[in-house]
Design a binder for this molecule. Structure first.
Ligand SMILES: Nc1ncnc2c1ncn2[C@@H]1O[C@H](COP(=O)(O)OP(=O)(O)OP(=O)(O)O)[C@@H](O)[C@H]1O
Ligand SMILES: [Mg+2]
Length: 281
């Protein structure tokens, strides 16, 4: 669905994105992960045909991005990083206006508003919306024409835990309807939960690309930590893959003396730091 080959792009004289290649298959949720300024939004804008001065190739849904015609947007939905609504119009007026821009029949505005819990705020001007309400409205704007490809820039940013959960469930529901989704995030937890594959991006470069599970497993060994009483509480740990070789643990198990035992794996955040030498903020 998306194929990027040797992509190079610069805002100034110095190349920012250099020689980047990756592809995204149909039905996949692919995440760009990286700190602020890494180039996540820039990459999305290139793929949306908004920054045509690139070298190399970026093909989205069969079209080279810089050569797209207006039909290109009939099958692509975008939820930008910042709200793109007319503040003086109500939510319903905004969605009606954006619906009118598509050739195809768009989805029911009332159903979309209901889906994100904004049915009672449909007549409110967007200027009176809170940040989280705007995020949800921008998300359903991207779904209006039921596009097969969705570009979501920081879809969970600024949402409270309940709305963040709702957003992630809606993204997964779109995936289950066969959509291809490309999203950006700083949030490793969200990425681990919903992305099939992620690319770690820092300074316009991809440092790693794989499923969150593979990235975690390939780099970090899971460990087991256990406690028992012996003149006060004692703690020890060993690698999960060497658990049968830990004589002390085996003895404690045989004697039923364990107070607690748990295994832990590194998080995607740990792996990001290990690979890129950077944190996500
Ligand atoms: N229109 C522009 N003109 C010049 N430089 C730009 C422009 N837009 C972005 N940049 C620069 O490109 C770099 C990457 O910006 P980008 O918006 O892609 O980052 P990002 O990864 O999306 O960050 P964030 O997580 O903060 O949204 C930054 O150094 C930024 O200053
Ligand atoms: Mg951004």
């Amino acid at each position: 669905m998306i194929k990027v080959d040797r992509l190079t792009f610069s805002y100034s004289k110095n190349p920012f994105i250099q020689d980047m290649s990756f592809s995204v298959s149909e039905g996949e949720i692919f995440g760009f992960l990286g700190p602020s300024g890494a180039g996540k939004s820039t990459l999305q804008k290139i793929l949306l045909g908004m920054l045509p001065n690139y070298q190399g190739s970026a093909v989205v849904n069969g079209t080279e991005c810089k050569k797209h015609s207006s039909d290109f947007y009939e099958s692509i939905g975008v939820d930008f990083e910042f709200s793109t609504m007319y503040e003086k119009l109500t939510a319903r007026e905004n969605l009606r206006f954006f619906s009118s821009l598509y050739h195809r029949q768009t989805q029911s505005i009332d159903e979309l508003l209901q889906m994100v819990g904004l049915q009672n705020d449909a007549q409110k001007r967007v200027s009176e919306y809170s940040k989280g309400m705007k995020s949800r409205l921008n998300f359903v704007k991207a779904l209006l024409h039921d596009p097969k490809l969705l570009f979501l820039d920081e879809p969970t940013s600024g949402l409270d835990p309940t709305n963040s959960r709702l957003m992630k469930d809606m993204i997964l529901a779109e995936k289950s309807r066969g959509k291809t989704i490309l999203l950006t995030t700083h949030n490793m937890q969200d990425a681990t939960e919903i992305c099939d594959r992620v690319a770690f991006i820092v300074g316009g470069q991809i440092f790693a690309m794989d499923s969150p599970h593979n990235l975690i497993m390939s780099r970090g060994a899971a460990s087991v930590t256990y406690t028992w009483f012996d003149n006060g509480e004692q703690t020890a740990s060993c690698l999960l893959e060497q658990i049968s070789e830990d004589q002390q643990l085996q003895r404690l198990i045989r004697e039923n003396r364990l107070q607690s035992i748990h295994s832990s794996e590194p998080t995607l955040n740990d792996i990001f730091m290990e690979i890129t030498g950077r944190t996500l903020v």
